[in-house]
Design a protein around this ligand. Sequence first.
Ligand code: ADP
Ligand code: MG
Length: 703
Amino acid sequence: MSDRVNVEEIYGKNVFTIEKMRERLPKSVYKEVVSVMENGGDLSMASADVVANAMKNWAMENGATHYTHWFQPLTGITAEKHDAFVTSTGKSGHMITSFSGKELVKGEPDASSFPSGGLRATFEARGYTAWDITSPAFLKESGAGVTLCIPTAFCSYTGEALDKKTPLLRSMEAVNKQALRIVRLFGNTKATKVNVSVGPEQEYFLIDWEKSLQREDIIFTGRTLFGAPAPKGQEMEDHYFGVIREPVGKFMKDLNVELWKLGVPGKTQHNEVAPGQHELAPIYETANIAVDHNQIIMETMKRVAEHHGMRCLLHEKPFAGVNGSGKHDNWSLCTDDGVNLLDPGDTPNENIQFLFVLACVLKAVDQHADLLRQSAADVGNDHRLGADEAPPAIISVFLGEQLEDVVKQLIETGEATRSKRGGKLKTGVSTLPEFEKDATDRNRTSPFAFTGNKFEFRMVGSSDSMASPNTTLNTIVAESFCEAADRLEKAENFDLEVHDIIKEYLTKHQRIIFNGDGYSDEWKAEAERRGLPNIKSTIEAAEVLTNKDAIALYERFGVYTKSELASRKEVIFETYAKTINIEALTMIDMASKQIIPAVMKYAGQLARDVNDIKAAGVDASVEADELKEISKQLAAMKKALDKLKKDEEKAGTIKDMRKRAYFYKDTVTTSMINLRTPADKLEMLLDKKDWPFPTYADLLFEG
Ligand code: ADP
Ligand code: MG
């Protein structure tokens, strides 16, 4: 079969790891680098020069010709501009290469075409990229050759963040500072840092490359805008965890190899619920590295798929009627002396620090449910959150039976004296091992679930950056810790105050806890009774970014300034309008140039058939009925097409970006659905060979 892979040999091969730095740098420089990584501060220019040179030599030994500052603008994907190491040719005509400390540490891309939501207009046109020393440089192998990629933050001349990484790094510092206060108060004198750990599970679809090229909607928008359901969907539940088909298996193997070479710890892979849908989960890492690595995962998936004659779709809803794709954001806080603050141990009722942290997280999530929901919003995700698909747009927290019971005891009596145990798992088969069950079953419908020693935020969209959700989580929890620490530091009786805070927070914020079925209509009604926000769309969610509470929170912890928040809101409106605009134009194109002509041709032939059959003196009523139905749907399509064209024209005349975005949401998307409905009916009426592009069945089952 295929070549064997030696994981140990290839792992991290394309990464300028700390280990490689130790080998290649003079001891003093190496020490300086480690100190900046761990404690912050600036690397001296002299040391930066040494590091840059070592990096360049290593990169060139491995075939690199160019370097790039790799950054994450507000588009949500990554950006890079390649510069060759060649600086000049020497007198004898040979080339001289160089890469200075200054080039490593700072870049100045022409940033004017990245979305800034008005930030650069009001401040200054320049944009700078700055080396994130905590995320390792790596070599990207692609059609462009080998490129040294240096993870960077992207800021304006005045230090305003123009990217997703800068606020994330700021939020990590904020939560670190506040969490340290908490662990100190609980008697930990050793820890010097509290790290945010993040493990993103990435869902994706694979379809045949050639077939995808026959669909404009997939090419331009990454999702299907037309398509009747295939005879078979996901109802048999035979795809989830099913045997991985050979071509997909080969793709997964190559994907893993590419990721391992880049030091991305890909671990779990399986088929997902929908046909053609799969998942990859890496081992969790420090938040900013995990976020960078998730970008690498998405990019590598697309590249490797292409090599295998497939297209990887990361859109949240590529196909109507089957499951969409998300990205579960597993999140926890761990001290550098090895304590996971979210680990309850076997008897959570005795673990006071855990209960305290839990109460703080619940308070944070309840108080800022709107911000958390916003952080997972993107255009594609509107088809999942708040639409007919899960998870719901309402934030609630799943704690599980064991913790819910502990919380109940605390609220009722102020004390928790017992923890429910899992007990033994009995299979009734004597040869199977008997083992301890978990104390809690899983819940798949909760948007924010406690899963053993971490929270799993399940709202994030499959194509979205992980930066915003984690920035938000870190900040809201930092605030909660800060307020609790303020009280504890002043308290005369520490134990009593801890006890009071836990009881108070749990009591006040218990409405956020929900262990039932988050997909049900009863929950929507119940959530409304509890006063939990249910924000339906991305653009409505964007509004919360500039409310008074959000500005106060983010400014207090130095994560976003008021103008940075306003700029993000503006970018969301703009991106939303642009995305729907492209979708609408693509539909207009496919309907006018492909579907309607195909249907007219088919109907013409059918009309001739009806006449021929009648002329032969035979009953043509079946054919005639079919023809009538087709012309009815065709007429409906034409009418809907004209309406969509008119809406499109109108949208273009709306100057105010916010108003334009709302017009797209309220009017254009409705017209799009009205165009799709008759088209999908027509697909079912026409002969398969006459339909102008591959169908759902072709894409999902024969890919
Ligand atoms: P599931 O059963 O939920 O599909 P997976 O194994 O697919 O679980 O993914 C779980 C993810 O959670 C992995 O990326 C894993 O590394 C990560 N994870 C495990 N423990 C922690 C933790 N303490 N903090 C953050 N992430 C974690
Ligand atoms: Mg999983």
